[in-house]
Design a protein around this ligand. Sequence first.
Ligand code: NAD
Length: 264
Amino acid sequence: AAGLLSGKRGLIMGVANNRSIAWGIAKSARLHGAELAFTYQGDALKKRVEPLASELGGHVVGHCDVTDAASLDAVFAETERLWGGLDFVVHAIAFSDKDELTGRYVDTSEANFTKSLLISCYSFTAVAQRAEKLMGKGGSLLTLTYYGAEKWMPHYNVMGVAKAALEASVRYLAADLGPQGIRVNAISAGPIKTLAASGIGDFRYILKWNEYNSPLRRTVTIDEVGETAAYLVSDMSRGMTGEILHVDAGYHVVGMKNPEAPDL
Ligand code: NAD
């Protein structure tokens, strides 16, 4: 039987290691039959991404730092050379100076605000501009967000503001690209211990809090995010665009601490 994603070609941006959410998504997409290409950020990550890509029979289309437009152009040019077109892109990229992922949001510097919004929000639009040209037959763009966009969370600070802007850009991009059959959605993932997450103050506490208070009484895995991502980049979700889907063990519906939860 044909897989959910057989015949689809997807570009995966944001694998740092085998704990990355982008890696969970890549594994699911491959399991369901997609052909994959990967970017990496800098030589240090090249060494990690190359073996992971080959594990899934995927291609590596080069270095991409989203603050460098030429490197973005280069990986899309390479993808075009490779496939001539593109069916989906996974954008799993975010950054803030670690020193500002603790303490108060009000103390955010202009320099880190600008850099965080550029890397964590604008880069998705920059990706959409380039992907559009390769998606003549339509396609699906997917990004990753967090509940800290909707509600205050301790330590999340400027990243919460960046994610709110990213979620708004999902809606604007969906409206702009919908007429060409390009869908734009996001997954709002619950907390998962990754390299990026380890920069957030008291992350262990946040994980425990979610485990005790989410409806499913646990946190989620990169494989679970991956399965929902496979759905969002597949034709099964063809009627959906501009959507933010929560994959968070239900935490976003909770309004108050679980009275049975142990003290933290
Ligand atoms: P990760 O550290 O594995 O991945 C982050 C990726 O961002 C890395 O591959 C890194 O190379 C890339 N990146 C950072 N700056 C970049 C730049 N200038 N150019 C190109 N790439 C750059 O961590 P992750 O948790 O898998 O993060 C992936 C996405 O998921 C992020 O958008 C993150 O905000 C989001 N997210 C994470 C969680 C969580 O708890 N881990 C929850 C919700 C959403």
